[in-house]
Design a binder for this molecule. Structure first.
Ligand code: PLP
Length: 366
């Protein structure tokens, strides 16, 4: 049996260090916004190459807080439009709506799983103030094109980096440092995953950093004195401690992920299966290895029978979710095709060569 992802095995190498950290944590008795959060923020900012990192309770809040922060700074107002890919994870869209802004969905490109640029251009209005690419499945959006677009249309770039920890452009710039501000998630399955919920904002904008740092903590300017009507969305001290331990191995585990992806791309040969497009560079950290198949349900049954775990990311596009009724009567044919055909196969740093070979052989026999 090859599970889609075994979180117990993924965290097993850190067992002794986690136990030691937890013991020290109990002895110290400081549970909220202490040294571990401060040090993680410094270390993750240094890793991403940004001036600032602000820990949050989760990735959804990270995205929302960035937009709330820009509202406080007067760069955004209620009702402004945010361009977002129609095939993103629903949290991107919820973050925009919860900040009082309007998500404008943009059709996806079938090869990159990112924006269809022609549709992106068409969706610009006088109310467009932000473009919000998601580095979906771990692959960076075309940020050169995005920067040119943002400049031409005078809009902010906020990236949803929740699936792309460590991904790098050919100039060596990392995810989190490729726009005005970025939101990360440290949900346990992510490339950098906590043992519970967690998130962060990275930015080089010092004014934004100051506002969101306060906004995540009841808008406090100082203890019990609120400047803003903020949230309680703090990264937990214990999660920050665990994340600091795992951050050290992020590059190694991303390299391992790319090695598995390289084997899959070179060795899976089956005309019924479409593999991801990737140029072999470090712009992809393979949070997920997503294939497409016209007869997906049949393929999933076959993989299950042969002991290979799969997950669909995602089965229902945002515009067809009951939660987003305002969008239910529009159609995005490429996005709908993606949601009908995609399936994620196991790819994670605890897989050895034999497991990878087994997945390849089972897929080639389909
Ligand atoms: C692309 C994307 N955006 C946002 C999120 C939201 O993160 P969280 O679950 O930590 O709120 C996730 C992960 O769940 C995600 O994959």
């Amino acid at each position: 049996m090859i599970p889609f992802l075994d979180l117990r095995a993924l965290n097993a190498p850190y067992d002794a260090e986690f136990q030691e950290k937890f013991k020290a944590f109990l002895e110290k008795g400081w549970f909220i916004l202490g040294d571990e959060v401060r040090l993680f923020e410094e270390e993750f900012a240094a890793y991403c190459g940004t001036k600032h990192c602000i820990g949050t309770a989760n990735g959804l809040d990270a995205l929302r807080l960035i937009l709330e922060g820009y509202k406080i700074l007067g760069k955004l107002s209620e009702g402004d439009e945010v361009l977002v890919a129609s095939n993103t994870y629903i949290a991107t869209i919820l973050g925009i709506r919860q900040a009082g802004l309007v998500p404008v969905l943009v059709e996806a490109n079938l090869e990159t799983y990112n924006f269809d640029f022609a549709d992106l251009q068409m969706k610009v209005t006088v109310k467009t103030k932000v473009v919000m690419p998601t580095h979906l499945y771990g692959q960076l959006a075309d940020m050169e094109a995005m920067s040119a677009f943002a400049k031409a249309n005078n809009v902010l770039i906020v990236t949803d980096s929740a699936q792309s920890h460590g991904a790098k452009t050919s100039q060596g710039k990392r995810s989190g440092n490729l726009g005005d501000a970025s939101g990360f998630s440290f949900y346990p399955t992510k490339n950098l995953g906590a043992l519970g919920d967690g998130g962060a904002i990275t930015t080089n904008d010092s004014a934004l950093a100051e506002v969101v740092r306060s906004y995540r903590n009841y808008g406090f300017k100082e203890r019990y004195v609120s400047a803003y009507e903020g949230l309680n969305s703090r990264l937990d001290e214990i999660q920050a401690a665990f994340l600091r331990i795992k951050l050290r191995d992020l590059d190694t585990s991303n390299t391992h992920r790319r090695a598995i992806a390289t084997r899959y791309i070179n060795e899976i040969k089956n005309p019924k299966i479409t593999l991801p497009s990737w140029n072999g560079s470090e712009d992809h950290v393979f949070h997920l290895f997503v294939i497409r198949c016209k007869i997906r349900a049949h393929l999933c049954d076959y993989l299950k029978t042969n002991g290979v775990g799969t997950i669909i990311h995602y089965p229902v596009p945002p515009h067809q979710q009951a939660a987003l009724k305002d969008y239910n009567n529009v159609s995005f044919p490429v996005t709908e095709q993606i949601h009908d055909e995609v399936v994620s196969i196991p790819l994670n740093p605890v897989m050895d060569d034999a497991m990878v070979s087994q997945v390849i052989s089972i897929l080639n026999s389909y």
